[in-house]
Design a protein around this ligand. Structure first.
Ligand SMILES: Cc1cc2nc3c(=O)[nH]c(=O)nc-3n(C[C@H](O)[C@H](O)[C@H](O)COP(=O)(O)OP(=O)(O)OC[C@H]3O[C@@H](n4cnc5c(N)ncnc54)[C@H](O)[C@@H]3O)c2cc1C
Length: 487
């Protein structure tokens, strides 16, 4: 019987870049053949929270990796992970598998456990590295911040691309080659480490000047914020690379803007760490006292559809929902507001909303998304309950109504200030002006004042209960970061 060729396998998982990639570096160190593989796993990818926009982003990212390497060295394979490793075991003598530890969803965790059992059964070691300073198995956060700073302070690793070219294995499983063809898309952000570096550079050296003044505005944020979130979420950049770039380039803008940005890099890791330590965030309110409130909510498909499609009758909410479906991006405050509207005004069970919204964000990052969704729903017991007033947000954040008009063409003829609350236009004015707003609702689908009061009464009354306070204490002990900035 012919001996099987010896190989090492690098499994790309939300880390689509060449540099600052410990698994790649270790796999290359032996000087032997390396199979660089990324998997399109049909069972995982066929349903929400994943969406073709994520696949598209990964596809771009792999294309970029291969362009940088100068030939096709990373193989995107359409196969379940277990089947992939079974065939690899049958075909090769696998020295070891190398990857980052994925802080993913329940399904990816279960898949990893199954892969681990398979590899263990064949005595193949799987070497995993912490991702972005996020640690597995933490019981508390006492030293977390110091450890995180120690991690980001180390210079990012460089990968020897010549070694990649020499050691990379060509695709041994041609029939699994994943070959989607994507048309150019007018709005969705494209993936790739080369693009990510350009986006970050233009932010740090120019766009950061208007960061603070743009961050809450749905339109201005699209240029005034960094827009690196999908590149971080899918690992085109490591958080450490961003951290170091912010140190080495000559930063534009005020100290305040620079600090606000750097703070958010720490928040990114902090939220992912929370989720890593309490992955039940994906399925249940983290504060058990709120699970009963959520269970008491009644599912209403019509309300859900109106929220998804941007037809609730509240212009800023509707513009945001149409915008995110089309472009994959919303700034932080508008994300928080549409969640508040879903969970508090429409009073819908949180999970379906969280899953849908995740599928619209190109930057879907489970660790940030599920934790933030619960926080903005008012379900944690440890954060201030915030019920956004979408009319006030409309006047404050889109004062000229430019964003609303862009996404709600039905309202293009309405003058200010009526655009913010069309239901308040006196009937006589409708008669006189004869505005045609098509099928857009004449009034919001819920009575905003009444539902807001209902949500506030419910959420505050739960917050006062012993059960909520006890659960909050546990959250504080295990998940909350004791420090803020480095002293
Ligand atoms: C309900 C809800 C869901 C969210 N889901 C995601 C998600 O799936 N993926 C995601 O990357 N962000 C998520 N965010 C956080 C935030 O809205 C985005 O990170 C930000 O809008 C991305 O734009 P930017 O890259 O221009 O951000 P910048 O303001 O330029 O910030 C730089 C980076 O810091 C991190 N960051 C910024 N704000 C936060 C925050 N509040 N918490 C944690 N990290 C932050 C992100 O990695 C971001 O790319 C969510 C927020 C809410 C309210």
């Amino acid at each position: 019987m012919a001996t099987k060729p010896t190989i090492h396998i690098v499994w790309f998982k939300r880390d689509f870049r060449w540099h600052d990639h410990a698994p790649i570096r270790s796999a290359l160190a032996a000087g032997e053949r390396v199979l660089f593989a990324a998997l399109y796993e049909p069972l995982l990818w066929s349903e929400k929270p994943y969406d073709p926009r994520h696949e598209r982003f990964i596809w771009d990212s792999i294309k970029d990796l291969n362009e940088v390497a100068g030939k096709e060295v990373v193989h995107f394979l359409n196969v379940e992970a277990l089947d992939f490793f079974k065939r690899c075991l049958a075909t090769f003598n696998i020295k070891a598998v190398y990857s980052h530890r994925e802080t993913g969803i329940g399904k990816t965790f279960a898949r990893d456990k199954a892969v681990k059992s398979l590899l263990d059964a064949h005595d193949v070691s799987w070497n995993e590295w912490d991702y972005g300073g996020v640690k597995r198995g933490l019981k508390h956060r006492k030293n977390w911040l110091k450890d995180w700073y120690d991690y980001v302070d180390i210079a990012p690793l460089r990968t020897d691309l010549d070694a990649v070219g020499l050691q990379a294995l060509s695709n041994p499983f041609d029939s699994w080659k994943h070959n989607p063809s994507f048309e150019a898309h007018p709005y969705l952000q494209k993936g790739g480490a080369s693009r990510a570096e350009r986006v970050l550079y233009s932010f740090l050296t120019e766009r950061i000047k208007v960061y603070a003044q743009s961050i809450s505005k749905p339109l201005a944020s699209r240029k005034g914020c960094s827009r690196i979130s999908p590149h971080l979420a899918w690992g085109n950049l490591s958080i450490r690379q961003v951290w170091h770039m912010a140190e080495v380039v000559e930063l534009a803008g005020s100290k305040q803007n620079q600090r606000a940005f750097v703070d958010r890099l720490r928040w990114q890791a902090h939220f992912i760490q929370k989720f890593e330590s309490a992955c039940s965030y994906e399925f249940h309110p983290i504060n058990k006292a709120y699970a009963a409130v959520d269970a008491s909510k009644i599912w209403d498909e019509k309300k859900f559809e109106a929220w998804k499609n941007g037809t609730t009758g509240v212009p800023l909410v509707d513009a945001c929902m149409r915008c995110v479906a089309a472009t994959g991006y919303l700034n932080f405050r508008m994300r928080a507001m549409v969640v508040s509207f879903y969970s508090q005004y429409l009073w819908l069970p949180w999970e379906a909303g969280a899953r849908y919204l995740a599928s619209t964000f190109t930057d879907f990052e489970p660790g940030i998304h599920y934790t933030q969704f619960q926080m903005q729903s008012g379900y944690t017991g440890v954060n201030t309950i915030r019920i956004y007033n979408p009319i006030k947000q409309s006047y404050d954040q889109d004062p000229k109504g430019e964003f609303i008009k862009q996404w709600l063409p039905e309202l293009k003829d309405l003058p200010l200030p009526h655009l913010h609350e069309p239901w308040a236009i006196p009937p006589m004015m409708w008669d006189m002006e004869q505005w045609d707003t098509g099928s857009y609702p004449k009034t919001p689908i819920v009575d905003l004042t009444a539902v807001r009061k209902h949500a506030s009464d419910q959420l505050y009354s739960i917050k006062k209960t012993k059960a909520s306070k006890e659960a909050s204490q546990l959250i504080l002990e295990k998940l909350v970061n004791p420090g803020t900035r480095r002293s």
